[in-house]
Design a protein around this ligand. Structure first.
Ligand SMILES: C[S@@+](CC[C@H](N)C(=O)[O-])C[C@H]1O[C@@H](n2cnc3c(N)ncnc32)[C@H](O)[C@@H]1O
Length: 307
């Protein structure tokens, strides 16, 4: 238990009022707590359990958060029992300033994002992609960027904030893109040079090519979304199209969040499908997502197109 409290304290100190994972059991670095994660979405803390745990665990966590200094003490503590079909949300306490069921505006690296903290699968912002967004923001100046599988356009927000001249976002979920539009607005970022294309990628190559070529292409697909994208089969179809979409000397950021498929999978696919891409580096994994095996965690690999 002390290891959990230490992790929470360290991450709270580093959070500076921004979103952060306070405890990441899923990475198998804390034996016995693989089914526990804790997220800070200021002013909320959400404990997410993927299997039933002894009630004492929640009591101890509750006490821990209760006794924190006012400066870092959350306004509300919510438990999400992800293994339950009913009564999955348990409000431990709430001082009344925030409704955990409603849309919440959070900050990351100084930018704002709309999230729905209790939405079961995707709350609107993938916290483990923070360093990817930092990299994009730092490397976007003046660039024409293609953001594939854009979801709520967090990469686009980071890119425009970093001075990108244009971003084309594509995602089959129009609802997610609508949140993406809002995410630009709440940061007062101009959207006249931002496109939001709500289409299936595999029916959009012609349109994407007409909007290109791009200085940077971001590919961040799901690992498995039935009927839409299965990384083990479909990633190669995307890679085959990259050479015609990417400018000579342009960059490509390939992301993959499947525990079953490591960096080797992507490197081999690139070799097979677009040898014009030269591997440059793996973007740092955020420290608040420790993983016993980094190859099982999120992979964000940077390539450059030669010639
Ligand atoms: C892992 S999320 C992407 C996360 C996003 N890049 C971010 O920065 O937050 C996967 C997204 O892929 C989209 N998607 C899945 N299959 C697709 C397809 N065939 N064409 C277009 N979008 C697709 C889903 O709608 C979902 O929003």
């Amino acid at each position: 238990m002390q290891a959990i409290f230490d992790s929470i304290s360290t991450q709270l100190d580093l959070s500076q009022g921004e979103v952060r994972r306070l405890f990441h059991g899923r990475g198998h670095c804390f034996p016995g707590y693989e089914q526990l994660i804790i997220d800070l979405l200021p002013p909320l803390v959400i404990i997410r359990l993927f299997e039933e745990h002894p009630v004492e665990l929640l009591e101890q966590l509750d006490q821990f958060f209760q006794q924190l200094d006012d400066a870092v003490k959350p306004d509300a503590l919510v438990v999400q029992h992800r293994y339950r079909r009913e009564d999955s949300v348990e409000l431990r306490w709430n001082n009344g300033t925030v409704d955990p069921e409603q849309l919440l505006q959070v900050r990351e690296l100084g930018l704002k994002y709309n999230v729905r903290p209790l939405k079961n699968q995707n709350s609107g912002l993938f916290l483990d992609m923070r360093e990817g967004r930092r990299w994009v923001r730092q490397n976007s100046q003046g660039k024409n960027i293609l953001n594939l599988f854009a979801y709520t356009c967090a990469f686009s927000v980071a890119a425009i904030a970093g001075g990108a001249s244009r971003v084309v976002n594509l995602d089959m979920s129009r609802g997610a893109l609508s949140t993406g539009r809002d995410n630009h607005r709440i940061n007062q970022l101009p959207t006249d040079q931002v496109k939001f294309l709500g289409h299936d990628l595999f029916r959009s190559w012609g349109r994407l090519k007409r909007e290109g070529p791009y200085d940077l292409v971001i590919v961040d697909p799901p690992s498995f979304q039935r009927g839409s994208f299965v990384a083990s089969d479909d990633y190669r179809k995307v890679l085959r199209r990259l050479p015609e979409l990417t400018m000579a000397g342009g960059q490509v950021l390939l992301c993959l969040n499947s525990p079953a498929l490591g960096s080797d999978f992507l490197l081999q696919l690139v070799d097979d499908c677009c040898p014009e891409l030269r591997y440059c580096e793996r973007i740092t994994h955020p420290a608040d997502f420790p993983d016993r095996d980094p190859e099982q965690a999120l992979k964000v690999l940077l390539f450059q197109k030669t010639g």
